[in-house]
Design a protein around this ligand. Structure first.
Ligand code: PLP
Length: 457
C-alpha cells in the first residue's frame, strides 16, 4: 500500500524517540502498518521479520485479535477509572495473578504505565520505606555501568549510560554506577572469575556509606552493552551483599519478565529472590501500555494500618483496558505453553547465532532465553573493537539500513561496543531462527568485506 504522503507528514511533524530528525526525504524512517505473528509490514508493503518483538515487547506476536477484542470489551464496560482511592476488577485480578507468579513474598503490585515509571516507583518506594524504618538517609541507588533503566530524571540517574544523562545534567542526585557483568571483556578478574563485579557493588556501598544506600538495581540479563549475562554465583552474592547492608535488591525485569527468559519472572529462572521486581513491556505484549512494580510484603508492612500512604501515583497506572489485556496476554502465554516453548527452543536459537562465529567480525554471542547479543570486533584474536567513528559508520551507516533492506528488524547498538541484538516474539521457532541467521550471514559477510576483514582467516 502506498504511504499516501505519510512520510512527508512524519518528516514535518513527528519527533521520534531517541532518533535524529533527518532532513526531509533523506533516510526516512519506515512507517509500520500491520503485523501478523513474527512479521510486520510497512506502508510500502515491505515485510520484515520482527527480531526485536517491537522493542522487547510483543511476546505473543502481532495480530492477536483476541487481545484487541478483550481491550474493546473492557473499554465498553469501564474504559477508565483510577487506582487512586478506587480499584477496578481487571487491576485486582491482575495484581493477584502477578503475585501468584512472583517469587517468595512478592505479593503487592503497584501499577504504572511503563518501565521508567516502574523503576522510578521502586526508587521512591525504597526511599520512603527506609525513612519509615527510621533510616531517612538511605536514599542512594546503585546500578551498573551501561545499564538502561529508563528516561525520567530519577530513572535516568539509575541508567548507567553517560551519554543519555549528559544533556540533562544534573539528573536526580543519588545514582551511582558499578561494574557490569561483561564477561567477554572482564577487567576485574584475571582469567578466573572471582565475582569482582559483585564485589564492586559492595565496595561502592562501603565507599558511599551503607547508611546512605537505599537500593541496588540489576537486570537479570543486562540489555544495554549487548545482553550481558552474569556469572553463576553473581545474583546470590548481590542478595547477600544487600542483606548485609540493609539495601533493597531490585530486579529490573522490564525486558526479561513474562517469558523472555523462559519463566514469568527472570529471577525465578536465575534462582534469586529480589525485594522488588520492576516490569512492563511483555506484560501486555504491547497491545496496551502497562508497567508493574511487584513488592515484597515486608516492604508494604510499615504502610499497613497507618495513616501514611506511598506518596506516589499516575493517572493511567493500572489502566483498566491495559490490565484486561494483560490478563488475556498471560492466558495466551499459559495456554500456548510459551514458557516451555522458549526453554525448549533457546538452545536452537543460540546455535543458529553461534553458527555465525566463522565470520571474523563475530567476537561474542551471548544471552539467554530469547534474548541474544552478537558483539562485533575488528580482530577476534585480540578482541580489538572499532573506534567510535568506525562503529558509527558500521552500525548506523551500513548495518541498520542493510538490515531493513534484508527484511530483519533487530537492534544495532553502539552504546557500548558494537552489538546486534535479537529478542523475537516468544512464538518464534526454528523457521525464524534460520531466517535470522541467513540474513545475518549475508549482512555480516558484506560488513567483513566492507571493512576489509579476511574471511579466510
Ligand atoms: N528498564 C529496563 C531494563 C528497560 O529495558 C527499559 C526500556 O527498555 C526501561 C526500564 C524503561 O522502560 P520504558 O521505556 O517503558 O519507560
Amino acid at each position: 500500500m502506498p504511504s499516501d504522503g505519510l512520510q512527508e507528514l512524519f518528516d514535518r511533524h513527528v519527533w521520534g524517540h531517541f532518533t535524529t530528525i533527518k532532513l526531509p526525504g533523506v533516510d526516512s524512517y519506515r512507517i509500520m502498518e500491520r503485523g501478523e505473528g513474527c512479521y510486520v509490514w510497512d506502508t510500502d508493503g515491505n515485510r520484515y521479520l520482527d527480531g526485536l518483538a517491537g522493542l522487547f515487547t510483543v511476546q505473543v506476536g502481532h495480530g492477536r485479535s483476541e487481545l484487541a477484542a478483550v481491550g474493546a470489551a473492557q473499554a465498553e464496560t469501564l474504559a477508565y477509572f483510577p487506582l487512586w482511592s478506587y480499584a477496578h476488577r481487571p487491576a485486582v485480578e491482575l495484581a493477584a495473578r502477578l503475585a501468584s507468579y512472583a517469587p517468595g513474598d512478592l505479593n503487592r503490585v503497584f501499577f504504572t504505565t511503563g518501565g521508567s515509571e516502574a523503576v522510578e516507583s521502586a526508587w521512591k518506594l525504597a526511599r520512603q520505606y527506609h525513612r519509615m524504618m527510621g533510616k531517612p538517609h538511605k536514599y542512594k541507588a546503585i546500578s551498573r555501568y551501561l545499564s538502561y533503566h529508563g528516561t525520567s530524571l530519577g530513572a535516568l540517574a539509575i541508567t548507567g549510560v553517560p551519554a543519555f544523562r549528559e544533556p540533562f545534567e544534573p539528573v536526580t542526585p543519588g545514582g551511582f554506577h558499578c561494574a557490569n557483568t561483561n564477561q567477554y571483556r572482564c577487567y576485574l578478574c584475571a582469567g578466573s572469575c572471582n565475582l569482582g563485579c559483585a564485589t564492586d557493588i559492595e565496595q561502592m556501598i562501603l565507599r558511599e556509606g551503607p547508611d546512605t544506600v537505599a537500593a541496588v538495581f540489576v537486570e537479570p540479563v543486562q540489555n544495554a552493552g549487548g545482553c550481558f549475562t552474569a556469572p553463576d554465583e553473581y545474583f546470590a552474592e548481590i542478595r547477600a551483599i544487600c542483606d548485609r547492608y540493609d539495601v533493597l535488591m531490585v530486579s529490573d525485569e522490564t525486558i526479561c519478565a513474562y517469558g523472555r527468559l523462559g519463566e514469568m519472572y527472570a529471577s525465578t529462572r536465575l534462582g534469586y529472590q529480589p525485594d522488588i521486581i520492576t516490569s512492563a513491556k511483555g506484560l501486555t505484549s504491547g497491545y496496551s501500555p502497562l508497567g508493574a512494580m511487584i513488592v515484597s510484603d515486608r516492604l508494604a508492612e510499615p504502610f499497613i494500618g497507618k495513616d501514611v500512604s506511598f506518596m506516589h501515583g499516575f493517572t493511567f497506572g493500572g489502566h483498566p483496558v491495559s490490565c484486561a489485556v494483560a490478563l488475556a496476554n498471560l492466558d495466551i502465554i499459559e495456554r500456548e505453553g510459551l514458557l516451555d516453548h522458549v526453554k525448549a527452543n533457546e538452545a536452537g536459537f543460540r546455535a543458529a547465532l553461534e553458527g555465525l562465529r566463522d565470520l571474523p567480525i563475530v567476537g561474542d554471542v551471548r544471552g539467554k532465553g530469547y534474548f541474544y547479543g552478537i558483539e562485533l570486533v575488528k580482530d577476534r584474536t585480540t578482541k580489538e573493537s572499532f573506534s567510535k567513528d568506525e562503529s558509527r559508520d558500521l552500525l548506523r551507516g551500513f548495518i541498520s539500513n542493510r538490515l531493513l533492506e534484508l527484511g530483519l528488524l533487530c537492534r544495532a547498538d553502539d552504546r557500548g561496543e558494537p552489538v546486534i541484538q535479537l529478542s523475537p516474539p516468544l512464538i518464534a521457532g526454528p523457521e525464524q531462527f534460520d531466517e535470522i541467521a541467513g540474513i545475518l550471514r549475508t549482512l555480516l559477510t558484506e560488513a567483513c568485506d566492507r571493512i576489509g576483514l579476511d574471511r579466510g582467516a
